[in-house]
Design a protein around this ligand. Structure first.
Ligand SMILES: CC(C)(COP(=O)(O)OP(=O)(O)OC[C@H]1O[C@@H](n2cnc3c(N)ncnc32)[C@H](O)[C@@H]1OP(=O)(O)O)[C@@H](O)C(=O)NCCC(=O)NCCS
Length: 191
């Protein structure tokens, strides 16, 4: 029976970290400067990373990272979370593992003080994410990277998806329509 694991990255078991890195390298080798050794960080430690995984008999079936930061200033500040590195082991795809991890990640945001979630995906995956409540926001593209070196997702053919979890988050998403959401995610980084 597959088991759902939800923990801060610091407490994510080393063997599951190794498998998540191995699968990430298979899927996105261009994101690595060298094959991972297995003990590297999966997420930016500055962004309160949480790992959500579906595991069966020690085998990582599906995984996603959730990272969070503060967005805005003063009274308007919002806690924002994003999904990153979502994947399912190739042989296990199409069996609902990804959906289970995605639903758990969204529920984690809902109960952890996240005002709204936002991240990007390739256009064919919009329907997969929509089933867990994520809505395409074509007039509010996510811009990652840094202030000095922005990473504008729309220019790379990515679609931005968002979901509000609190009234404050809902108000902010309405207010922000027609403008990009610029998050400091680090050079070359995007959710
Ligand atoms: C996207 C992914 C995580 C889905 O995991 P999964 O365990 O197969 O997901 P589920 O079985 O719960 O759901 C699969 C659904 O997503 C759809 N889907 C998955 N990948 C798709 C793709 N590339 N194009 C179109 N639809 C896709 C399937 O058609 C299926 O829909 P159905 O239920 O109507 O048949 C998995 O395909 C994957 O790891 N892909 C490679 C990495 C990747 O692209 N990650 C997303 C980064 S934003």
């Amino acid at each position: 029976m597959p088991q759902l694991i939800q923990t801060s990255e610091a407490d994510f078991p080393p063997e599951l970290r190794r498998q998540a890195l191995e699968l990430s390298y298979l899927e996105w080798p261009q994101a690595f400067s060298a094959p991972p050794k297995g003990d590297e960080a999966l997420n930016d430690p500055a962004l309160d990373p949480v790992c959500i995984a579906l595991v069966e008999d020690g085998c990582l079936l599906s995984y996603t990272g959730v990272q969070s930061l503060w967005f805005g200033k003063g009274d308007e500040v919002c806690r924002v979370s994003g999904i990153s590195g979502m994947l399912t082991r190739a042989a296990q795809r199409g069996r609902g593992a990804g959906r289970q991890v995605l639903v758990a990640a969204s529920a984690w945001m809902a109960r952890s003080g996240t005002d709204f979630g936002i991240f990007t995906c390739d256009p064919p995956l919009v329907a997969f994410y929509a089933r867990a409540g994520w809505i395409e926001t074509p007039t509010m593209p996510l811009v990652g990277g840094t202030r000095e070196q922005p990473f504008p997702s729309a220019q790379f053919g990515k679609v931005t998806l968002a979901q509000a979890f609190t009234p404050r988050g809902q108000a902010r998403l309405v207010q922000q329509q027609g403008r990009p959401i610029e998050l400091e995610l680090g050079v070359g980084n995007l959710w």
